[in-house]
Design a protein around this ligand. Structure first.
Ligand code: GLN
Length: 304
């Protein structure tokens, strides 16, 4: 498969579409990102690398980080984790609060904001230094040691994240939060403001697609079956209320973030990350989505 040529074709085709959507302007620091940025990196299980555009620029990974934290929490608690957070698509926006009240403070899945906040609560309860462990985990997945978060973006989120404050407090009132709300939110904003480039994300996600290999990163071990379940969650919930559409059009397991990144994988073949900051109304990158649709159309890659 000539992936380099395919990435070139995707880049050419996508650049002829109007650059529609909006950058994530509800987080003031993210509103400053150059909306013309566009990059893709694809890496195969044979350690081949293909890239195009701004694939080496680091950007705010936002909710893509939720895959890392849920993997850590699943490794720590095993199936007990699913008593605190569900595994169903929400059919609602990532920052919707309505379901949370009538479903008794148990978020639908770990990728909506409320679910990711419960996952943080688990990490803070189970680990002595959850922040250090998260960065060790990301370092182990990528082989890169200088990945960190952007404190200005984290602060910007803290100042404007009124709904996230509401989620934690609603869940605390319902008995599904153990730690201090501020500590949870501080950790959550750090994980969301981690900056990585497309290459680093593709390398990290490739590990979720190598089912034959033992999964052990920085002491966080997952069984083969647990890795498959993380992939199932990405497929069913990775794009919020657009997850069905992503499965329908793209057919890969993946996760988006409001920084405009999408990381996706085709198990036993490749992982790919794409970045384009303009988002559709569901909070997913417009060109990122289009690019991955073209990728699976051109390569024939699909989970199905
Ligand atoms: N940090 C963002 C928030 O809390 C993450 C949202 C996302 O990427 N979907 O709103």
């Amino acid at each position: 498969m000539n992936y380099q040529q395919i990435l070139q074709e995707i880049s050419n085709e996508v650049s002829t579409f109007p650059n529609t959507g909006e950058v994530a302007n509800y987080i003031p620091e993210l509103a400053k990102v150059d909306p013309k940025k566009f990059g893709i990196h694809l890496t195969t299980v044979n350690n081949e690398h293909f890239a195009i555009g701004d694939s080496e620029d680091r950007f705010s990974i936002q909710s893509i980080s939720k895959v890392f934290t849920v993997a850590m929490a699943f490794s720590l608690l095993g199936d007990q984790l699913w008593k605190r957070v569900g595994v169903e698509p929400s059919g609602n926006p990532f920052n919707s609060i309505v379901q949370l009240e009538y479903e008794n403070g148990i978020p639908r899945n770990p990728f909506v904001n409320a679910g990711a906040l419960v996952v943080v609560d688990v990490l803070l309860s189970e680990l002595k230094d959850a922040e250090r462990d998260l960065f060790a985990f990301v370092q182990s997945l990528t082989g890169v040691s200088d990945i960190t978060y952007n404190p200005i973006v984290a602060q910007s989120e803290k100042e404007t994240g009124y709904l996230n404050v509401a989620f934690v407090n609603m869940m605390k009132a319902k008995g599904n939060i153990e730690n201090d709300a501020d500590e949870i939110l501080d950790f959550y904003y750090k994980q969301c403001s981690i900056e990585m480039n497309c290459r680093e994300l593709a390398c990290a996600f490739l590990h979720f697609g190598e089912n034959g290999k033992a999964y052990d990163h920085a002491g966080f071990r997952l069984t083969k079956s647990q890795v498959k379940r993380i992939n199932a969650l990405m497929l069913s919930c990775g794009f919020y209320d657009e997850s069905g559409h992503f499965a329908f059009k793209v057919g890969l397991a993946g996760k988006s973030g409001v920084g405009g990144g999408i990381a996706a994988l085709y198990p036993e073949e490749f992982a790919v990350a794409v970045w384009s900051p303009k988002l559709n109304k569901k909070g997913n990158s417009v060109r990122g989505f289009n690019s991955l649709e073209l990728l699976t159309t051109k390569t024939g890659a699909s989970l199905f």
